[in-house]
Design a protein around this ligand. Structure first.
Ligand code: SF4
Ligand code: SF4
Length: 422
């Protein structure tokens, strides 16, 4: 159906003024020509939904990028601002009948204009501080005490990190992850776990649950030392050199592992690794829920029933890039008596979007508010999400609304808890 629509759309005459003379940048941006300006993406775009401004829509942004690449428009602060306001949620790509590679175009544009875009100082400081913290295990170890002091003195609010701090889960004690964790009994598969830069600080319970669950299901788990950030933050902020460096590091670390799959726990990291995976990784990068749905569970493994309600949130990266959003719900339905419902994301994106919630707090909060209203109306015990950034953003919002009793967790954490009690 999509192919038929695509054929007819490609045959439509292009709007007046569309044919542009591209300069040498055209190699990078020639795909903007694929856009036939049909507007089918507009209802799926969260920023357009909130502003009803064409410049804040996928079609509008593509036109701006195209005009800039053709030398018809300067990279003015206004133009750069419209592209910078994009969440890179990729909902437009899922809706586009012409298969415009929107995400790649925006990444290329941001890299090409990185030196021109001047973000407000506070946004730059916040993004740089978070980036530095996430790439340094040593700094992460200090985050707890520093967070305590800043909260007590009121400085957390003053420095604009309150939302970030409120989204962190309670500290979780764990044993060492790095190295090999054998499956007791017959080994049915062998995987490598990708931790990303947030595991220690914000996702320790998920990593621990993943290792316990996988090994119990007959999967040997290796957690290669030396791995690092997926580079997504650098890539989406236009720093392609840093991204390439991080990519090379992870390729070196994971190429050495002879495994059936490389599993990601945060769909945001999974989306970046999957899209830019080297030849040697081809087909190996998988979201952990996708892997567990396709894996044959041993017959002697059972889950304890749970009388509770869970809403399943679909991160944009899981839905629009990894195309794996049906897997977490399929896994959770294995828990007897658990009422599993989908969290309808009215505007598609929760607004977390990497570091977007730090430098675009107004839009991020407005988008989150729609989702919080849906949660409040549904009265769940849990909200499951497969991306740590979304989990932190939603957790902070729930706390601020006085709904901190609703636990926000990765689906695997609940599965592992029920496995343990069974
Ligand atoms: S990006 Fe795709 S859906 Fe949006 S206007 Fe262009 S062709 Fe249509
Ligand atoms: S990636 Fe998301 S925010 Fe950006 S233009 Fe597409 S739909 Fe809109």
């Amino acid at each position: 159906m999509t192919r038929v629509l695509q054929f007819f759309l490609s045959a439509l005459p292009k709007p007046l003024g569309y044919q542009v003379q591209l300069d040498p940048l055209s190699n990078l941006f020639s795909d903007t020509e694929l856009c036939v300006k049909c507007g089918l993406c507009l209802p799926h775009c969260p920023t357009y939904g909130k502003t009803l401004d064409e410049n804040e829509s996928p079609r509008g942004r593509l036109s701006l990028i195209q005009a800039w690449a053709a030398g018809q428009l300067e990279a003015s602060p206004k133009l750069l601002g419209h592209v910078d306001n994009c969440l890179l949620c990729r909902s437009c790509e899922s809706a586009c009948p012409a298969n415009v590679p929107y995400g790649r175009l925006v990444d290329n544009f941001r890299a090409a204009t990185a030196d021109t875009l001047v973000k407000p100082l506070s946004a730059r400081v916040k993004t740089a501080a978070v980036g530095r913290m996430l790439q340094s295990p040593k700094l992460q170890r200090w985050s707890g005490p520093v967070r305590g002091v800043l909260t007590k003195t009121g400085l957390m609010q003053a420095t604009g990190f309150a939302d970030l701090a409120a989204g962190l889960p309670a500290p979780f004690e764990h044993v060492r992850w790095q190295g090999f964790h054998p499956a007791p009994g017959e080994e049915r598969a062998k995987v490598a776990l990708f931790l990303g830069c947030t595991a220690e600080l914000a996702d320790a319970e998920t990593v621990t649950a993943a290792i316990r669950l996988l090994t119990r299901l007959g999967v040997g788990v290796t957690v290669p030392p030396g791995q690092g950030c997926c580079g997504g933050m650098a890539l989406h902020n236009g720093d392609d050199e840093v991204f390439a460096k991080m990519q090379r590091n992870n390729q070196g670390v994971f190429n050495a592992s002879a495994v059936d799959a490389i599993l990601t726990l945060a769909s945001g990291c999974g989306a970046v690794l999957k899209e830019y995976e080297a030849q040697t990784f081809t087909g190996k990068i998988k979201d952990i829920s996708c892997f567990l749905v396709g894996h044959a569970w041993p017959e002697n493994v059972s889950l304890e029933p749970l009388q509770a309600k869970i809403l399943v949130h679909s991160p944009c990266s899981l839905k629009n890039v990894l195309k794996s959003d049906r897997h977490p719900q399929a896994l959770l339905r294995r828990i007897p008596n658990l009422q599993v419902e989908l969290l309808t994301n009215a505007p598609n994106c929760c607004g977390a979007a990497g570091t977007y919630f730090l430098d675009h707090p107004d839009m991020a909060h407005a988008l989150r508010e729609d989702i919080l209203q849906n949660i409040a109306a549904s009265l769940p015990d849990f909200v499951a999400t497969s991306n740590v950034g979304c989990a932190m953003h939603l957790r902070a919002g729930l706390k601020q609304r006085g709904m901190g009793h609703v636990q926000v967790l990765h689906p695997l954490v609940l599965l592992e808890r029920q496995l343990r009690t069974a």
